[in-house]
Design a protein around this ligand. Structure first.
Ligand code: FAD
Length: 316
């Protein structure tokens, strides 16, 4: 079932979460171990991230270095199928532009349709770690809006090369939004305009980047509505968990901690202190968002569901 149908059917905010495929070589049991503790809270959909290739240099016998592409976390589509089969819940694969030609994207979408997957989250993807900026595939898409357009075209029966209409797909399309602006955007208003382009191209709903200050989310909603973005906007929350997160999350995701939270974070001496504070802050944010009547609260587990479980126990 489509994410938007779940939202429209529900009278209260839904619970959903995102997981990462395990590192290559780890079994799918590690995924189930993360999902099992969250199932009693009735998630309607589970997102599975997509991780593109990284380049490593391997020394050959002749002493020369060889550049090799490896994917450390493969398996997004297989995990989606396994989740739907095991838990009878909808899985939402993340589909990225990076590394894919348009034809490969089309074929991936056909695979997803055959598996009975109704939803995708359409993203540009980040640059490869060793590249300073995002480089699109030679025959691929530069921006997420182009990917949204491709999926929308398939939903109308327009595939890439055929000049006759084919069987239309029926994907529900999600897109990413950034309450604190995407890090490459010139300013929030250009970023919002590009977000509107994604919605105009066919995105059915938006999931936000993590934020720790609900006021930023509410301002973002107002700004989106003011320029005519009408689709549901799902807030994404991440419980802070370790001392390392204190600097890593703002740096990596270009988000700010509100002053009250940063004051409390400064008092933390060990990981356990941060974990406890992250849970308390997550409960505080979730309560306020729930009271405001958001369509769903989406949690980033980053493959560790214990904090999300502690929050869900209080909220759902
Ligand atoms: P876009 O919407 O294409 O925007 C990228 C930048 O380009 C923005 O600064 C925007 O303002 C600008 N822009 C957009 N359109 C245009 C245009 N026409 N002309 C000029 N500028 C334009 N990454 C992964 O690799 N795998 C994942 O699984 C993944 N999951 C995510 C889930 C969520 C909920 C979120 C919020 C992010 C996720 N990301 C993931 C990260 C995401 O891929 C990056 O943030 C990426 O840098 C931007 O993706 P986007 O889809 O927002 O891109």
């Amino acid at each position: 079932m489509k994410v938007t149908d779940h939202i429209h059917k529900s009278k209260k905010p839904l619970f959903s979460f995102e997981i990462l495929p395990p590192l290559k070589g780890k079994s799918i049991q590690s995924i189930y171990d993360g999902i099992d503790p969250l199932m009693e809270f009735g998630p309607k959909f589970v997102n599975v991230t997509y991780h593109r290739e990284e380049f490593v240099y391997k020394e050959r016998e002749n002493g020369l270095l060889e550049k090799i592409a490896i994917r450390k976390r493969p398996g997004t589509v297989g995990i989606c199928a396994a989740i739907m089969n095991r838990y009878d819940v909808d899985a939402v694969p993340h589909l990225i532009c990076g590394g894919f030609s348009k034809e490969e994207t089309e074929n991936a979408l056909i695979d997803l349709q055959f598996l009975g997957i109704d939803n995708i989250l359409a993203l540009r993807g980040d640059s490869i770690k060793t590249e300073s900026s995002f480089r699109p595939h030679k025959y691929g898409h530069k921006y997420a809006v182009d990917l949204v357009n491709q999926v929308s075209d398939m939903n109308r029966g327009n595939y890439l090369v055929e000049d006759i209409k084919l069987e239309p797909t029926d994907f529900c399309i999600g897109a990413a939004g950034y309450p604190e602006k995407h890090f490459e955007a010139m300013n929030l208003s250009t970023d919002l305009q590009y977000l509107k382009d994604k919605v105009d191209a066919g995105a059915d709903y938006i999931v936000t980047q993590m934020f720790f200050n609900n006021a930023k989310y509410f301002e973002f909603i107002d700004a989106c509505r003011a320029i005519g973005i009408e689709v549901p906007i799902i807030p994404g929350l991440k419980p802070i968990k370790t001392l390392n997160h204190i600097s890593f999350l703002p740096k990596f995701f270009q988000i700010d901690y509100p002053e009250e939270l940063s004051r409390e974070l400064l008092k933390c001496k060990k990981n356990e202190d941060v974990t406890q504070l992250g849970i308390e802050w997550g409960i505080h944010q979730s309560k306020e968002l729930k009271e405001a009547g958001v369509p769903c609260i989406h949690y980033y587990t980053m493959s560790n569901s214990s904090s999300v479980r502690a929050i869900a126990e209080e909220i759902f």
